[in-house]
Design a binder for this molecule. Sequence first.
Ligand SMILES: [Zn+2]
Ligand SMILES: [Zn+2]
Length: 95
Amino acid sequence: MLMLIHRDSESAALEVQPGSTLAELAQLSGSGRQCGVCGRQFSTRQNLERHLILHTGQRPFKCETCGRRFTQVSHLKSHKLVHMRRVIAGMEDRI
Ligand SMILES: [Zn+2]
Ligand SMILES: [Zn+2]
């Protein structure tokens, strides 16, 4: 069964101080799997904690090629494809 819970303006009224740590945000969310900041529900606690990183403003995933930083590893992975395409394009140029 799918549970789609949409909460917007009311729960978004809760403002997070810039520089809040992940631990503080996790505390805000209690022991459940709902984001204490924006109200989103997650299937696992792990997913919630990964999401909370977004609210801390931290970008822990760094591209070693160009130094760009990303909030989620999936974003970094898809970004890295850009460099791979450039390498392939560069090889084609030489032919
Ligand atoms: Zn959230
Ligand atoms: Zn890069």
